[in-house]
Unconditional design. Structure first.
Length: 163
C-alpha cells in the first residue's frame, strides 16, 4: 500500500449496498461471494461485480492479514512526533521516502500542529528502537527534534473505516 487519496478529493460514490459490502469485508474478507451476498442481502454475482469495481477504483486498497505484533516478536510500539528543521518540498519528500522505506515504520502521517510528522514504529525491543532512532532520526540532518511515546497498552485498534 502506498499513499491514500487526500481527504475525499477522489471520493468514489457509494450506494447503500456498497457500504454494506465494505462494512462486512472490513470484518472478514475471507468470505465467499455467496456468504457475502447472504450477509448483505444481494446476489453473489452482484457482489462479485461490486467488489471488483471497489478494488479497481481504489476504495479497497488491499486484502491483508492483520498480524499480532507481540506474537510476531515485535513487542514494542512507539508513537514518534517529529519536527523537521526545514520544510522545503525536496526535504519533506526525502523524509517521506525514508519513512516509507523503513521497515520499522508501519504508519507515517504528515500533520498540523507542533509536529510535522507522526510516525508509528514497531520493533522487537527497546534496543531495536534505540537503533531505529540512531539510524533513522539522529542521523537525519533535517530532523530538528523528536519525541517518543512508548505504548503501554493497546486499548483500541480497529484498522477500518466507519461506513
Amino acid at each position: 500500500m502506498t499513499e491514500t487519496p487526500r481527504n475525499g478529493r477522489n471520493a468514489v460514490p457509494l450506494d447503500e449496498l456498497d457500504r454494506r459490502i465494505l462494512a462486512v469485508l472490513q470484518q472478514d474478507n475471507r468470505l465467499s461471494f455467496a456468504e457475502l451476498a447472504e450477509r448483505v442481502a444481494s446476489s453473489a454475482a452482484s457482489c462479485v461485480r461490486r467488489v471488483r469495481r471497489l478494488r479497481e477504483e481504489g476504495v479497497i486498497l488491499a486484502d491483508i492479514a492483520l498480524v499480532d505484533p507481540g506474537r510476531a516478536g515485535k513487542s514494542l510500539t512507539a508513537v514518534v512526533n517529529i519536527e523537521l528543521e526545514a520544510e522545503r518540498l525536496d526535504l519533506v519528500d526525502a523524509f517521506k521516502r525514508e519513512m516509507r522505506a523503513a521497515p520499522e515504520v508501519n504508519q507515517c502521517y504528515m500533520v498540523t500542529g507542533d509536529a510535522d510528522f507522526v510516525v508509528m514504529v514497531t520493533v522487537e525491543d527497546i534496543a531495536a528502537f534505540e537503533a531505529f532512532t540512531r539510524d533513522r532520526l539522529y542521523a537525519n540532518p533535517n530532523i530538528r527534534k523528536f519525541r517518543s511515546m512508548i505504548m503501554l497498552d493497546r486499548v483500541k485498534f480497529e484498522p477500518r473505516v466507519a461506513i
